[in-house]
Design a binder for this molecule. Structure first.
Ligand SMILES: Nc1nc2c(c(=O)[nH]1)N[C@H]1C(S)=C(S)[C@@H](COP(=O)(O)OP(=O)(O)OC[C@H]3O[C@@H](n4cnc5c(=O)[nH]c(N)nc54)[C@H](O)[C@@H]3O)O[C@H]1N2
Ligand SMILES: Nc1nc2c(c(=O)[nH]1)N[C@H]1C(S)=C(S)[C@@H](COP(=O)(O)OP(=O)(O)OC[C@H]3O[C@@H](n4cnc5c(=O)[nH]c(N)nc54)[C@H](O)[C@@H]3O)O[C@H]1N2
Ligand SMILES: [Mo]
Length: 773
């Protein structure tokens, strides 16, 4: 069991009030200004708030939601302000800090405490057997990494992780460096996030990205938001939903929790929003059981097919004939000619979703009335064992009525990290296709490795088994974000060397290999001017728009380097003076990197010019732009997905692990989850009062959560029970605290994503605060 809890049990005494009925409004604005003021002060805070998400400013380091063409002077949200404040802080973690705090002490601190200490300002090194990190020069740090890499039997004994904030330019150089070294071991946060979306979309429509723009959302007749909590995680999406509603759209929300953001939205950018009652967003709320979405979309598809027997307009036969493949098998699977099976199919769906039959029928009626449909989703769909079939079935649902590749319709997987999609476009993937590797090899005159590399779960297993000896992270917080905390921490400790390029202190810096390095990086908000020449970077949002980002505030220390410069320096030290790639030139002038990207990655023609156009440019997307589907069959593919859903068994609940309103993944901003009414604590488990009554779980009492897996039980101690209106049979608790419960081997089929949204748990007597164990 992990000794250090992510939050301090001493501080963690949750106070529970009723959930909020409205999202955003005045409290969000007040909260935004307060956090920025406290962390960054007025002098740094004002430029930060002025420039976030503005043309010529920097891209918010929070989520990947796109910016509208016409920008409001305050184009950010409460949680964007927290992300900006967290990064723009004046507080610093320097070598004096490390001299004061032995690593053993830091390993006992909560993740919240670590993050609050400030920005990392200088490179530090933890020598083998040492008790403290100490200062090291950049050159010595690079040499140390070079010597550990040189000592490996094969480059595949190293892994190069990426979190999703890294810019296009840095990501492109980083993957080039790893591949020149000789490995495709490029695990990333996407492996834990939208990998299931990428896998399902690539197979069915030929490209692993969403097919809609903001305009499409504004023009839709029906928007289904499934498995997503935009009020907290993509607050600016509420503005788009509000605009769609005003234009006549209806919204169906599919979620085990009645999330406040999807109920009533008070837009802080308008007077009406601030003063009035706000806009009712959701027309139909389907409170689905965790993991029930495949059953829901499956029965919906069956009903559409059956309806088409009497009403030919129920499905778009012309689209199906012209653009799709596999329809007959799909229709047969769903019993298009089998009226006798209708009742049984509906009964099965009711059982697996926990919804009433008439709720499903109401959704069907809304679908039949809608000419243009968009489905949005996030982690509620992607982090299940059957996530890939679920998303394939969502695509089939859209294909049935021709809802891909025309205005107001399409797939909208809403991405997480601000540049996670761009990192993939740049080649951060352990399985990049040959056409990318061919182009990369031609451009830089080398032979990239072809064997697939390790993803996140694969990397943990390889570290555990001694097959990976050097772990390098470009951002992120690997040990806290990944599943099975105890197993992952042991794996990390087994490495020869662990290196983190980071902005803020986190748990992964204190659970280390034999030796460790922390390399301080500039973030989005920092001015980046190598050799006195200011540079900008580019990022890609959730809708495939590439645009520039330029920092606003001076870096806290001259020792902080851009990620581009860090990769370039490292590559030179590791690959040697004879390596022909002009790493030094790249580090001084990012236009030169973009010139190379343009020649390797399709869609980036005239990159440097178009990156300078306000608002940036859209990458091509064949299904969206031309109804062309670059799949194996050359058409959009219907797939057959047998219905399944997770089952907890008697005395157990299905636990989903999710985000509070006061966190960005493993970065904890504070201990409140305002909309859900949870204050001053995070170790809470939300259970339906009827389930609680059956299981003897008293509101306000404490319990241990125990997950069950073939290799044994895992325990997360000391959670306050909160009676909460979640779907029956389900429970919810925050990550990263609950990652101890997610078994490493519990992963999604095909995408290998940890099943963070469906963990079978039982409840046991409280064994006390985790710090005491
Ligand atoms: N402020 C803030 N913004 C963020 C982040 C953050 O931590 N903080 N993280 C960023 C990242 S990396 C990501 S990936 C996104 C994540 O954005 P979300 O996916 O919205 O994040 P989660 O908190 O994991 O919420 C999952 C939602 O799915 C629901 N859900 C859970 N299981 C199921 C299910 O089986 N079916 C259905 N239909 N719903 C289900 C939950 O109740 C919850 O509403 O947000 C990004 N933006
Ligand atoms: N149980 C459970 N686990 C989950 C999830 C879940 O829903 N449930 N969600 C998963 C998802 S969707 C994701 S995306 C992953 C996230 O996994 P990660 O991306 O690995 O985690 P983060 O918490 O986003 O990383 C935060 C750290 O990144 C560093 N950082 C921030 N900005 C920068 C920067 O600009 N440059 C550099 N170099 N470093 C920076 C800081 O040091 C900070 O401490 O977690 C996954 N884990
Ligand atoms: Mo994510």
């Amino acid at each position: 069991m992990s000794k250090a809890p992510e939050t301090d049990p001493a501080q963690d005494s949750p106070d529970v009030r009723p959930p909020k009925r409205r999202a955003v409004g005045v409290p969000a604005v007040v909260n935004s200004l307060r956090v920025v003021g406290t962390q960054a002060g007025v002098k740094r805070g004002l430029p930060l708030l002025r420039d976030v998400n503005q043309t010529g400013g920097f891209d918010c380091p929070g989520c990947a939601w796109p910016e509208p063409g016409h920008r409001h002077p305050a184009e950010f949200c409460e949680n964007g302000a927290k992300a900006v404040a967290e990064e723009g802080t004046r507080r610093r973690v320097d070598p004096a800090f490390f001299a004061e705090h032995p690593i053993a002490d830091l390993a006992d601190k909560s993740g919240y405490w670590l993050g609050q200490q400030g920005r990392l300002t200088e490179p530090v090194h933890l020598p083998e057997g040492a008790t403290h990190y100490r200062a090291i020069t950049w050159d010595d740090a690079y040499e140390l990494i070079a010597s550990e890499l040189a000592a490996l039997d094969h480059p595949d004994q190293a892994a190069f992780y990426t979190s999703g904030r890294t810019s296009n330019e840095a990501a492109f150089l980083y993957q080039l460096f790893a591949r020149k070294l000789g490995t495709n071991n490029l695990p990333d946060c996407s492996n834990m996030c939208h990998e299931s979306s990428g896998a399902a979309l690539a197979e069915t429509i030929g490209i692993g990205k969403g097919s809609v723009t903001l305009d499409d959302l504004h023009q839709a007749d029906l928007i289904i938001v499934a498995g997503q909590n935009p009020g907290t995680n993509h607050p600016r999406m509420l503005t788009a939903l509000e605009q769609a509603k005003r234009a006549g759209a209806r919204i169906a929300t599919v979620n085990p929790l009645p999330e406040t953001g999807m109920r009533r939205f008070k837009n802080p950018q308008t007077a009406r929003g601030l003063a009035g009652r706000g806009t009712e967003l959701t027309d139909l709320f389907l409170q689905i059981k965790v993991g029930g979405d495949l059953a829901l979309f499956s029965v919906l598809n069956r009903m559409l097919l059956r309806a088409s027997a009497t009403d030919p307009a129920a499905i778009d036969r012309d689209f199906i004939a012209d653009y799709t493949n596999g329809f007959d098998a799909f229709a047969a699977h769903h019993g298009i000619d089998d009226p006798d099976g209708d009742a049984a199919a509906l009964a099965e769906a009711v059982e697996r979703t926990g919804l009433a039959a008439d709720e499903i029928e109401r959704l069907l009626a809304m679908v039949l009335e809608a000419d243009r449909i968009v489905v949005c989703w996030a982690m509620g769909l992607t982090q299940h064992r059957h996530a890939v079939p679920t998303i394939r079935e969502v695509v089939a649902f859209l294909l049935l009525r021709g809802n891909i590749g025309r205005p107001g319709a399409g797939v909208c997987p809403v991405r997480g990290h601000s540049n996670v999609q761009g990192d993939r476009t740049m080649g951060i993937w352990e399985r990049m296709p040959d056409r990318f590797l061919d182009a990369l090899g031609t451009e830089f005159d080398f032979a990239p490795p072809r064997d697939h590399g390790l993803d996140t779960v694969g990397t943990i297993r390889a570290m555990r088994d001694g097959r990976v000896r050097v772990f390098f992270a470009m951002g992120g917080n690997f040990v806290a974000a990944t599943p099975d905390t105890a197993a992952t921490e042991a794996a990390m400790r087994g490495c020869r060397l662990t290196v983190h390029v980071s902005t803020k202190l986190n748990r992964s810096h204190v659970v280390t290999g034999a030796r460790a390095l922390i390399l301080p990086a500039l973030g989005r908000t920092d001015v980046d001017a190598p050799g006195g020449r200011e540079q900008f970077v580019t990022v890609e949002d959730s809708m495939g728009i590439v645009h520039s980002s330029r920092g606003s505030v001076p870096a806290l220390s001259p020792e902080m380097r851009s990620e581009v410069a860090i990769v370039a320096g490292l590559a030179r030290a590791v690959l040697g003076p004879g390596d022909p790639v002009p790493w030094e030139e790249f580090a001084g002038e990012y236009d030169l990197v973009r010139d190379r990207i343009e020649r390797v990655v399709p869609g980036f023609a005239d990159y440097n010019a178009r990156a300078r156009v306000p608002g940036g440019f859209a990458l091509p997307h064949a299904p969206r732009d031309a109804r062309e589907f670059p799949t194996a069959t050359g058409k959009a593919n219907f797939t057959v997905n047998p219905v399944t859903s997770p089952e907890a068994g008697p005395g157990r609940l299905l636990l989903q692990t999710l985000r509070s309103h006061d966190q960005f993944n493993t970065t904890i901003y504070g201990l409140d989850d305002r909309y859900r009414g949870i204050h001053d604590g995070r170790r809470v488990v939300l259970v339906n009062p009827e389930d609680a009554a059956e299981l003897g779980l008293v509101d306000g009492a404490y319990c241990d959560l125990v997950s069950e897996w073939a290799d044994g039980d895992r325990r997360a101690p000391h959670f306050r029970i909160v009676h909460y209106p979640t779907a029956r049979g389900c429970a919810a608790a925050y990550f990263p605290e609950t990652n101890v419960l997610v078994p490493l081997d519990s992963v999604a089929e095909t995408s290998n994503t940890p099943t963070s949204k469906s963990i079978v748990v039982r409840f046991e007597a409280d064994s006390g605060g985790p710090a005491k164990t």
